[in-house]
Design a protein around this ligand. Structure first.
Ligand code: FAD
Length: 303
């Protein structure tokens, strides 16, 4: 049985939405990208498990959070996109300085919840437009803070539909990455902060948001930093100093405010953005001898 007929059969057993050949453009902050063969939005953990058990052996599965770090190619995704919705966005206290958050919850909502409960350490999440799932995968962070510093454990489902709990101490985190198996689907994460006065926490949040507004552009179709900062250097500086600031391909541009933010000005294709990325990478290498590494995740098929 082929994948589509297999999934049509599963559809009868579950209530979560299953879409076929649906455009992915609204699932990425770049607002572009071709269709997914299948998009599955499980209603709950048990549906997700049933689904994974039923398609056992099929490995081309990708979870999308807010899509704020993912460029989807014009040919779409020739597999299954998992989109975890409202039922994966719970948050609650486990004790006075520890909380558990669903993986589809937006980072800023976790920061707000921590503020309301007088827990410090989560302020940086107010500046990151992704979900907790994306944050764990990317070890997202800013201004010297990142997920690895507050994570206690992550609850994940493997490709056999089994739940696992993985402790932070067993995960190797590095700058914008971690060594968790790529096939794992994060369900929720447990974090620990420190008790503090609300007033102090609010002040930290306000300062970080102000810094972000000064440093980075907003209200544009971007996925944030395109390249990782090399050790002891800044990607935006290397891009600027290599004379790439004004480079553009079609509607794919480089932000005037922050050279490491690439932008879909209006009707850019993923190909335009990918070509721009490649040209900038080559020019920086040629001028500085430094090979910039992508922070952005690129998924899908070229047209
Ligand atoms: C304006 C702007 C500013 C930004 N600023 C920052 C910043 O300051 N610091 C920073 O680190 N990043 C920043 N980013 C990048 C981005 O917001 C982060 O990487 C964010 O954590 C990605 O989360 P997401 O849910 O959007 O992930 P997505 O883009 O949806 O996915 C990213 C990766 O995570 C995986 N993933 C997502 N959810 C799950 C899950 N439940 N289980 C398993 N894997 C999952 C995906 O498969 C993919 O590999 C910025 C982006 C924008 C647009």
């Amino acid at each position: 049985m082929n994948l589509i007929s297999q999934i049509k059969k599963i559809k009868k057993k579950i209530s979560g939405e299953i879409l076929f050949n649906e455009s992915l453009s609204k699932y990425s902050w770049f607002n572009l990208g071709g269709p997914a063969k299948v998009i599955f939005k499980p209603k709950n953990i048990s549906e997700l498990s049933i689904f994974l058990k039923s398609i056992k052996g099929f490995s081309k599965i990708k979870v999308l959070g807010a899509g704020s770090n993912t460029l989807i190619r014009d040919g779409g995704f020739d597999g299954i996109i998992l989109k975890l919705g409202k039922n994966f966005s719970h948050i609650s206290l486990l004790n006075e300085d520890t909380l558990i958050a669903g993986s589809s919850l937006l980072d800023k909502n976790v920061s707000n919840f921590a503020l309301q409960n007088s827990i410090s350490g989560f302020e940086f999440l107010s500046c990151i437009p992704g979900t907790i799932g994306g944050g764990v995968r990317m070890n997202s962070g800013c201004y010297d803070e990142d997920i690895s510093k507050i994570l206690v454990s992550v609850q994940a489902m493997d490709s056999n539909g089994q739940i696992k709990v993985i402790y932070s101490s067993d995960i190797k985190f590095a700058y914008r990455e971690c060594n968790l198996d790529k096939s794992l689907i994060f369900i929720s994460a447990t974090f620990k902060g420190k008790k503090d006065h609300k007033k102090n926490i609010q002040k930290k949040i306000n300062n970080l948001i102000k810094r972000k507004k000064n440093d980075q552009p907003s209200k544009i179709k971007t996925c944030g930093s395109t390249f990782k900062n090399p050790k002891d250097n800044k990607a935006w500086k290397l891009i600027k100093n290599s004379g790439c600031g004004g480079m553009e391909i079609g509607d794919a541009h480089i932000s005037q405010k922050h050279c490491n933010f690439f932008v879909n000005k209006k009707n850019a294709t993923a190909k335009d953005l990918e070509n721009l990325i490649f040209q900038v990478q080559s020019r920086v290498l040629e001028k500085t001898g430094i090979s910039l590494e992508l922070e952005l995740q690129i998924i899908g098929e070229k047209l």
